[in-house]
Design a protein around this ligand. Sequence first.
Ligand SMILES: *Cc1c(COP(=O)(O)O)cnc(C)c1O
Length: 411
Amino acid sequence: MSLDPLLFGEIDPPQRLLMGPGPVNAHPRVLRAMSADLLGQFDPEMTGYMNQVVALYRPIFGTANRWTMLIDGTARAAIEAALVSLVAPGETVLVVNFGRFGLLLTEILGRIGARIESIEAPWGETVPLDAIAAAIARTAPKVVATIHGDTSTTMAQPLDGLGDLCHAAGALLYVDATATLGGMEIAADRWGADIVTGGLQKCLGGPSGSAPITISDAAAEHIFTRRHTEAGIRTGRTVDGNGPRIGSNYFDLAMIMDYWSEKRLNHHTEATSMLYAARECARVALGEGLEARYARHAAAGRAVTAGLRAMGLTVFGDDRFRMTNVTGVYIPEGVDGERVRAAMRDHFEIEIGTAFGPLAGRIWRIGAMGYNAMKHKVLITLGALEACLRAEGFSLPPGEAVSAALEAWEA
Ligand SMILES: *Cc1c(COP(=O)(O)O)cnc(C)c1O
């Protein structure tokens, strides 16, 4: 039996408004860029675009790092590339763990065979800098790995001063900024972060599938040196039977840096359409202005929080460390959280997020990121949530959420 090719229609998804913790709707300019024609990977136009991407992502990461580029894959690809390239089996890594993505770092490091130490905060809090300092002194790590904004808990870890602490102890600092890149300030150089990674599908307003990364000279040197000494070869390129010890070919940052350098040594085939997308995401962000963009995300965060509180709901987590672009809120007693999410989708075409682990079934997560961190989208979402909650029999003061959100947006 052959499959009727017309059985499945052309892709024509419903126009959902994605107001969860990511992915979010892509900016139309990004979608248009992705439909542009393809180029050969060493075509001068293509390598020219690659160089532009390097230049465009430096300000977005808050860095002057030479090594700033894309990893092909979702955000997790860059996380894995950073960790597998920095950390050799048996080396000690200190993980700053305050949510699900801290656990992901631990999981990846476990596969690498690292000695994992961690310093933890309960979900909804962050780890104080002096506690991290004490943990560094106690564990003498080669690498300290942390999340900036952990969407699972909606908390943003303060990072000023952490790089100095790490470097004074001879450690490199890795930061996963996937959820905040392009929405909250990322200051790779001021933080002293040696590798920072991101993704497009949160505050940069693109599709998932390309992961920007920036690498300090110190981290790059560590990675290149590691390849030479561990493989016992000077060129580093050819696998001579011993092979580089970096336990991944696809995610070997030394090889990917060679590909993004003037040497253009062939590694993978750069994902052309995703590079167009990443380039356009950056152009949109820099065109708006990073300060204006951070302010827009902050206004959206204030509005969501104020609107939820005006409905009589309880917002999750510590106000002082709240991410601006995603907000957790307790599902009220007697309300079926999944029924409300289904009603939001069925009646209003709006998606809000569930939660993981200890927060599963206890909170919803409402995001306003990138192209969706807009006043009307926040107000529509709050109005819809109010209607769905009322339909579930939850009594709340009608109309107050939208007014409170509007006021908080302008504040
Ligand atoms: C969303 C998110 C990721 C996602 O990784 P993907 O591979 O793109 O799904 C990673 N880290 C953090 C902190 C995130 O919020």
